[in-house]
Write a protein that binds this ligand. Structure first.
Ligand SMILES: [Zn+2]
Length: 102
């Protein structure tokens, strides 16, 4: 487990203000913001590509209730094959929202 993984997971937990997540609420967040959030690989907005949410067991990831353990959560982009970690998408969202307030 890398230290940076833990830090990025902490960022996601603090952003949502919780430490346990369900797969559905993450999907909801990504779907509701699919015009703003982008695949890091090809730069397409999520609304302009086909993607799916996936995860694998990882002690440095977020806790997913359905699986009863920490998972590394990411989206797979069908257009370019890149896998964008959830924390990068949350960071994109945060940057956009912060700009809006300034
Ligand atoms: Zn892509």
């Amino acid at each position: 487990m890398r230290w940076s993984d833990c830090m990025n997971t902490k960022f996601v937990e603090e952003f949502f203000g919780k430490r346990e997540f369900s797969r559905d609420e993450i999907l909801k967040f990504l779907t509701e913001n699919n015009e703003k959030l982008k695949c890091v690989g090809c730069g397409r907005s999520l609304i302009d590509t086909i993607w799916y949410l996936d995860h694998y067991p990882h002690d440095g990831g977020i806790y997913l209730k359905e699986y009863g353990r920490r998972m590394w959560v990411y989206i797979h982009c069908e257009k370019c094959g890149y896998e964008t970690a959830l924390w990068k998408l949350v960071r994109q969202y945060e940057v956009l929202e912060t700009r809006k307030r300034m």
